[in-house]
Ligand binder design. Structure first.
Ligand code: SAH
Ligand code: SF4
Length: 372
């Protein structure tokens, strides 16, 4: 009878406490956890053999039961504006896309929390794909770790990645169990050491999880609002039928108070003739005025088969001006990486069969195309 090999523990999935537990389980002292984390995150080292201060025997035993495994790069593209996009594959075979957006003084990495998404928002290509699975903590942290390596991370140099946003594929709060420890590792000074205000979870509005997260961690929160009244929001985002706007906003203000946070960023995708009229701007201003809120208007990014169109530039600017006039801070998100389809809502990954089938069923991709 052949023996079933126990899978190795991917150390990228362990928080500081988890790493301590792991080394204790190996009969080592807790400070070994600190040493390991320094190698993994400060030096971006993925090979135990190179960790020369660890002792030969410990390194050998580590290699037997543990690994530092990032997703595999299938392709990498650079846009004319410097935006980079990677197609990444996990051990299980599924793929996702990841985007890095360089700007003066900062670099933002957009990562995924799930392969696909269950939330089914009508304007989102991920939503149209259906859902395949949650990513594990190591798979989420592994995206940032890999991007650091790919972008030429050096322990003494300036940071290339200063901000991480969960705005790729998936609804992060539907994968709470893996996303929260991943965010902790990103914000831990022994981990990826990102500032707490610079790790942002974007959610379509899962109210119970938003209330829970207020007690458990302190990442920055962005909320996808996209409509100023329940009728329209429920049409665009099925989640609104379960958690309407009033309860969503209540959860937002609770989060700000509990966390002593600066405020909430509300994302609002600009859909031509759907949610971009002056009365929508006025309704939105009335909802948010007087609260610690900022609105980020996102020009809609089309994808094959969508029934929506992007609002005109004039409509977007008028909408922003009306919000500001109504007492609400508002900005327009510059679309980046257009030439490589790297913009919000366009990330697809070379999806697995099930997903592709679902896309085809909904006539969103022609039968001959495997990578929409
Ligand atoms: N599921 C989370 C995070 C991922 S989506 C959420 O919905 O918040 C990140 C942002 O991109 C969200 O605000 C989402 O609504 C927006 N988005 C989705 N599809 C888009 C599209 N086609 N064009 C522009 N923005 C889009
Ligand atoms: Fe999922 Fe966010 Fe897309 Fe909605 S917008 S389907 S929650 S990824």
């Amino acid at each position: 009878m052949s023996e079933v090999a126990t899978p190795k523990t991917n150390l990228l999935g362990l928080t500081r406490a988890g790493m301590e537990e792991f080394v204790l389980g190996m009969g080592e002292k807790p400070f070994r956890a600190r040493q390991l984390m320094k190698w993994i995150y400060r030096r971006a080292e993925g090979d135990f053999e190179a960790m020369t201060d660890l002792g030969k025997d410990f390194r050998r035993r580590l290699s037997g039961i543990a690994e530092i495994r990032a997703p595999e790069v299938i392709t990498s593209q650079v846009s004319a504006d410097g935006t980079r996009k990677w197609l990444l594959r996990f051990e299980s075979g599924q793929a996702i896309e990841m985007v890095f957006i360089p700007e003066p003084g900062r670099g933002t990495l957009c990562i995924s929390s799930q392969v696909g998404c269950t939330m089914d928002c009508g304007f989102c290509s991920t939503g149209a794909q259906g859902f395949n699975r949650n990513l594990g903590t190591a798979e989420i942290v592994g995206q940032v770790w890999l991007a650091n390596c790919e972008l030429g991370y050096s322990p003494d140099g300036d940071r290339v990645i200063t901000n991480v946003v969960f705005m790729g594929m998936g609804e992060p709060l539907m994968n709470y169990r893996n996303v929260v420890p991943a965010a902790e590792i990103m914000m831990d000074d022994l981990g990826l050491d990102l500032s707490r205000r610079r790790v942002t979870i974007s959610t379509s509005g899962l109210v119970p999880q938003m209330i829970r997260i207020a007690d458990e961690t302190n990442v920055a929160l962005a909320v996808s609002l996209h409509a100023p009244n329940d009728e329209l929001r429920s049409e665009l985002m099925p989640i609104n039928r379960r958690h309407p706007i009033a309860s969503l906003l209540e959860a937002c203000w609770h989060y700000v108070e509990k966390q002593n946070a600066r405020g909430i960023t509300f994302e609002y995708v600009m859909l031509d003739g759907v949610n971009d009229r002056p009365e929508h701007a006025r309704q939105l201003a009335a909802l948010l005025r007087g609260h610690p809120a900022k609105v980020n208007l996102i020009p809609f990014n089309p994808f094959p088969g969508t029934r929506f169109r992007r609002s005109s530039e004039e409509a977007i600017e008028r909408f922003r001006d009306l919000l500001i006039k109504g007492g609400v801070i508002a900005t327009i998100r510059r679309t980046r990486g257009d030439d490589i389809d790297a913009a919000c809502g366009q990330l697809v990954g070379r999806v697995n069969d099930r997903t592709t089938v679902r896309l085809r069923e909904r006539n969103l991709i022609p039968a001959s195309v495997t990578h929409p």
